[in-house]
Ligand binder design. Structure first.
Ligand SMILES: [Zn+2]
Length: 164
């Protein structure tokens, strides 16, 4: 099993890009020091936390975790965003949509990308009916994609935009 990629220092290119991607949607990336515990972290340890309009991370937070929690924020409506804390809520289909969107957004991060995201999701222990995140993404995710399109979070005609 390979080790999942981590965010690294706040000044490096990847977290800077992630912060710039999320800021227009009202979500701020907040870095904590390496040994502090992360408020709002559902899984604890180094996993990303979500509290209202803040995504809380450390340098040793896995990139897949930061992306996943960010996508919970993006998929929640305005009313729920304000009250987000630890458990992002939402139903099973929304959870799938969150996974799908996080794989799309992975392509926007330098040195990461969707293939690495899919491999890291498997390494972390996401489980999918077809046995891998990659097979789910390409073969079994029509419902997740449809959800994103209906919510206006993804434009299939212009995938480069990801989110309007
Ligand atoms: Zn989730």
């Amino acid at each position: 099993m390979h080790a999942v990629l981590l965010l690294g220092s706040a000044e490096s290119a990847l977290p800077q890009t992630l912060a710039a991607l999320l800021a227009p949607h009202g979500l701020a990336l907040r870095y904590l020091t390496s040994n502090s515990s992360i408020p709002g972290s559902y899984w604890g340890e180094s996993e990303a936390g979500l509290v209202g309009h803040e995504l809380l991370v450390r340098p040793d937070t896995p990139i897949h975790s930061a992306l996943h929690e960010a996508c919970h924020y993006l998929c929640a409506d305005e009313a729920r965003r304000a009250t987000l804390h630890t458990d992002a809520g939402g139903d099973d289909l929304e959870e799938c949509a969150v996974c799908y969107l996080s794989i799309l957004l992975a392509d926007a991060l330098p040195g990461f990308g969707r293939e690495r995201m899919l491999a890291d999701m498997d390494a972390w222990g996401y489980s999918f009916r077809l046995g891998s995140a990659r097979r789910w993404f390409f073969e079994d995710a029509d419902d997740a994609r449809g959800w994103l399109v209906r919510r206006g979070l993804w434009n299939a005609e212009d995938p480069a935009t990801l989110i309007p």
